[in-house]
Design a protein around this ligand. Structure first.
Ligand SMILES: [Zn+2]
Length: 419
C-alpha cells in the first residue's frame, strides 16, 4: 500500500482534484458515426474553457483551431531556447458507450476500503472491483452512477494543466520550449486525422491517458480493419434449391469460422485478436467489419492471411456467391519508432522514479493519439493518469496517482531542460 497521506499532502493535490471535477462536468461525448472533426459540438465548450485558462496562466500563444485542437505554445526559459521541444497532450472527448451528460463528480476523501454507494442502484463494490483494496487512504473521485466520470481523459487534462500552472508560477523552474495540446475525438480514433502536423513541431510528446500509478505505455497494437463484403444470389425461397446463395448465411459462416480462442473476450496481455464488431445486410449482400489486432508484424501478416483463407473457404461453400474484402491500416505499434529514440522513455522512467512512482511498462490493448503521433515522427509514449473502470458508470479516479503524474511531469520537463 502506498503512503497516500504523504502523497496527498503534496502541494498540487487540491488543484488537480478541482480541475478534474471542473472539466468532468462539461459534456464532451464524441460520436464515432460522424466523420467531421470534432464529431460533436459539445467538445468546443471544454476547448474554449481551456483556451481561457491557458491564457490566464500567462501563455500568450494559445489557439483553438478549426478541428477543435487546443494548442498552447510556451516559450522556453531564456537561455533554454535550443533545448528539445516537448509536448504534453490529453484528449477532450469521452467515450460514447455511456452518457457523459450532466456528470456529477463526487470526491471521496480518505477511502475506507468499503463499498461506495454511488446512487440507489449503483455501488462501487470492492468485492467486484478488487483493486480498490489497494487504495485505502487515497482520495477517490467517483460518479453518481448515472454517467461515466470522464476521468478518461479529463484526469489527463487536469494533470497537464496543473503541471503547466505550477511550472509557470515557479520562478526557479527552467524548461525548454513546450506545447500543451488537447485533442478532439480520441475515442473515435479519427481526431488525429485533423492534427496540425505542419504547425506543431516537437521532438517528443507525452500523452496522459492511462490508468494505475507508475504505468507507462510504450507499446500498442498494430491495428487493421477488414471490411468484408458477401455478395449472394437471390431467388424465391420456395424455388431456391441449387440457385440461391444467401449472403446472410455467408456472413454468418465467415464470423463462425473466426477462431473463438482469438477473440477480445478470450485474450489478454500480448495476444492479439479478431473482432467482428458489426454485421449488416440481407440475402443479396451482407457486410462484416472485423478488427484485426496484433503486437507484431508477423502476427498481423498471419491475421491478413486468415482473412484471405476464410474468405476463399466461404466462397467455396456457397456456389454463386462472392466474397471480397478491403483491409485498411488503422495504426501501428509505436514500439519500433520509440526504440529509435530511447531517451524519450528513459527520461520518463527517471522522472517517474524521482516523483516517487514505481514505473513499469504495460502493453496497450488499443491505440492512442500517441501511436498516431509516433507514426508521424514524434515519439509519444503514454503516462498513467489515475483513471480506473473507464468507459463505464463505475469509473473512478485516484487523486494520489494524479498527483504522482503531475510531479512526474515537472521532473520530466526539468530533465529535458538539462539534457
Ligand atoms: Zn483516453
Amino acid at each position: 500500500m502506498k503512503d497516500y497521506a504523504a502523497i496527498l499532502a503534496r502541494p498540487h493535490t487540491a488543484e488537480t482534484i478541482e480541475r478534474l471535477v471542473r472539466y468532468a462536468k462539461i459534456e464532451t461525448t464524441s460520436d464515432r458515426h460522424v466523420d467531421v472533426i470534432p464529431s460533436t459540438p459539445s467538445q468546443w465548450n471544454l476547448a474554449r474553457l481551456l483556451e481561457v485558462e491557458l491564457k490566464a496562466l500567462g501563455i500568450s500563444d494559445v489557439s483553438v483551431d478549426e478541428h477543435c485542437f487546443v494548442i498552447a505554445r510556451v516559450p522556453a526559459t531564456p537561455g533554454y531556447e535550443k533545448k528539445p521541444t516537448i509536448g504534453l497532450m490529453a484528449h477532450l472527448d469521452t467515450s460514447s458507450e455511456v452518457s457523459g451528460a450532466d456528470v456529477k463528480p463526487r470526491v471521496v476523501p480518505k477511502y475506507d476500503g468499503k463499498a461506495i454507494k454511488l446512487s440507489a442502484d449503483w455501488t462501487l463494490d470492492p468485492t467486484e472491483f478488487l483493486e480498490l483494496a489497494d487504495y485505502v487512504g487515497d482520495t477517490l473521485i467517483v460518479t453518481d452512477g448515472t454517467t461515466l466520470l470522464g476521468a478518461d481523459d479529463k484526469s489527463g487534462i487536469a494533470i497537464a494543466m496543473t503541471a503547466l500552472a505550477a511550472l509557470l508560477k515557479d520562478p526557479q523552474a527552467v524548461h525548454g520550449p513546450l506545447y500543451a495540446i488537447f485533442s478532439p475525438d480520441e475515442e473515435t480514433g479519427k481526431g488525429m486525422d485533423g492534427f496540425p502536423a505542419g504547425k506543431v513541431k516537437m521532438d517528443a510528446c507525452y500523452t496522459f491517458d492511462g490508468g494505475r500509478g507508475g504505468e507507462i505505455e510504450s507499446e500498442c497494437f498494430t491495428a487493421y480493419e477488414a471490411k468484408m463484403t458477401f455478395t449472394g444470389k437471390s431467388a424465391h425461397p420456395g424455388y431456391a434449391r441449387g440457385v440461391m446463395a444467401n449472403a446472410v448465411s455467408m456472413a454468418a459462416g465467415f464470423v463462425s469460422m473466426l477462431p473463438r480462442s482469438e477473440s477480445p473476450e478470450s485474450t489478454d496481455g500480448w495476444y492479439g485478436y479478431y473482432y467482428a464488431h458489426e454485421i449488416r445486410g440481407g440475402v443479396e449482400s451482407a457486410n462484416v467489419d472485423v478488427l484485426l489486432r496484433d503486437f507484431t508484424d508477423d502476427g498481423m501478416a498471419r491475421r491478413h492471411e486468415t482473412v484471405r483463407t476464410l474468405a476463399a473457404a466461404v466462397e467455396a461453400q456457397f456456389p454463386g456467391g462472392k466474397v471480397s474484402f478491403d483491409i485498411r491500416k488503422q495504426y501501428l505499434n509505436m514500439k519500433k519508432k520509440l526504440d529509435a529514440s530511447p531517451e524519450v522513455l528513459a527520461r520518463l522512467y527517471e522522472a517517474a522514479r524521482k516523483a516517487g512512482a514505481e514505473p513499469y511498462s504495460k502493453p496497450i490493448r488499443g491505440g492512442t493519439d500517441g501511436a498516431r503521433l509516433t507514426e508521424m515522427g514524434i515519439p509519444t509514449p503514454n503516462i498513467f493518469a489515475g483513471m480506473h473502470n473507464f468507459h463505464g458508470r463505475h469509473e473512478w479516479a485516484s487523486a494520489a496517482e494524479m498527483v504522482l503524474a503531475v510531479d512526474t511531469t515537472l521532473e520530466l520537463v526539468k530533465l529535458w531542460a538539462n539534457a
